[in-house]
Design a protein around this ligand. Structure first.
Ligand SMILES: Cc1ncc(COP(=O)(O)O)c(C=O)c1O
Length: 331
């Protein structure tokens, strides 16, 4: 199977912002774009993106999951990066148009169509280090994806990083390329030094998130995760899992979680930990690595509650359970 995100539908929808106006979106080839080498994005990183999925139900219908949330987050990212604004309905139409065009290619469960809206600053102006781009390009790429869990339910190893941070504190809630670039070196070092899968960033002992997912600690009937602030990404999966957990009668605690408390709770036999994100859904964490010590989470196997929550979310996405929060948009 091809690696996640390496296969693309041959066309995408694209619109440009020039002279204070958005062009009408068009369906164009997805294998290239034309960009001036001096484009603002290439020098001053005026770029943001989103990740959401379309699911095929048994009756053949195609359903987008919580598209409104991803569009809202992209509008917020664009605003915080001083990229041109757009209406939610504008991007919504670009997404639905391109998914409709390729509806026959949306994989069956456990696969899905991953949707990648992208917004970049295109003005050719290398003197604009301290000024926003006056032009931009917005496009929506599609990538069919298979079963992320094809290799079975392995658990993840996370290195707790207390000294560094994933990105600048005020940029955490922006889904921007620079944040991922800034997290790469710590992640590569963690892989090489302790064979960790991911780094759990815990600046000054405050448990935050990994390079591309939110972190949840499950202790019996309680689920604990950092309360929203501007320092980390407000995951749509995080919000969905917390909502499902509340529906199941669990106690949801959105608050600060220190590394000390995490390590203490993780050692309990009934504890579980998981990473939430659009790609991984809810991935079980088996081991925390801290100051050279390996701490198993619970019994280090995929947690029962983690698997139950993941199935509950998948069942809604795949149309096997009632969508009582109205998260799906059928197209
Ligand atoms: C840094 C970061 N945190 C959290 C998430 C999870 O967000 P979501 O559940 O909206 O995919 C992602 C993935 O998109 C991410 O890149």
């Amino acid at each position: 199977m091809a690696a996640f995100g390496t296969v693309f539908m041959p066309q995408m929808t694209l619109a440009t912002f020039e002279n204070s106006n958005w062009s009408s979106p068009e369906l164009v080839s997805s294998d290239s774009i034309q960009l001036h080498p001096g484009a603002h994005v290439l020098h001053y990183a005026s770029t943001c993106f989103e990740g959401l999925k379309a699911f095929r139900h048994e009756n053949g219908s195609i359903n987008l999951f919580r598209m409104d949330r991803n569009i809202e987050r992209m509008q917020q990212s664009s605003q915080l990066l001083s990229l041109p604004a757009f209406d939610a309905s504008f991007l919504q139409k670009m997404i639905t148009d391109v998914v409709k065009h390729f509806h026959n290619d949306v994989p069956k469960p456990p696969g899905s169509m991953y949707i990648r809206p992208t917004h970049i600053g295109t003005e050719a102006a290398i003197g604009k280090a301290a000024s926003p781009t006056s032009s931009s390009m917005l496009y929506v790429l599609l990538s069919p994806v298979g079963d992320y869990f094809a290799s079975g339910d392995q658990t993840l190893r996370l290195l707790l990083e207390e000294d560094g941070s994933r990105c600048a504190a005020h940029m955490g809630m922006v889904k921007s390329g620079g944040n991922y670039a800034s997290a790469l070196q710590p992640i590569l070092q963690a892989r090489a030094s302790v064979n960790a899968d991911q780094v759990l960033f815990c600046p000054n002992g405050d448990v935050q998130e990994t390079g591309a997912a939110n972190f949840l600690l499950i202790d019996g009937n309680e689920i604990i995760t950092k309360a929203l602030d501007s320092s980390f990404l407000h995951g749509v999966t995080r919000d969905s899992i917390l909502t499902i957990a509340r529906d199941m009668g669990m106690t949801v605690s959105e608050r600060e979680l220190s590394v000390d408390e995490l390590l203490e709770r993780a050692a309990k036999p009934e504890s579980e930990a998981a990473l939430s994100g659009t790609a991984a859904v809810l991935a079980p964490v088996g081991t925390l690595i801290h100051k050279g010590k390996e701490i198993p989470v619970g019994d280090a196997s995929p947690g029962k509650t983690t698997l139950k929550l993941r199935k509950a979310l998948n069942d809604i996405q795949w149309g096997k359970a009632e969508d009582k929060h109205g998260w799906l948009t059928q197209i």
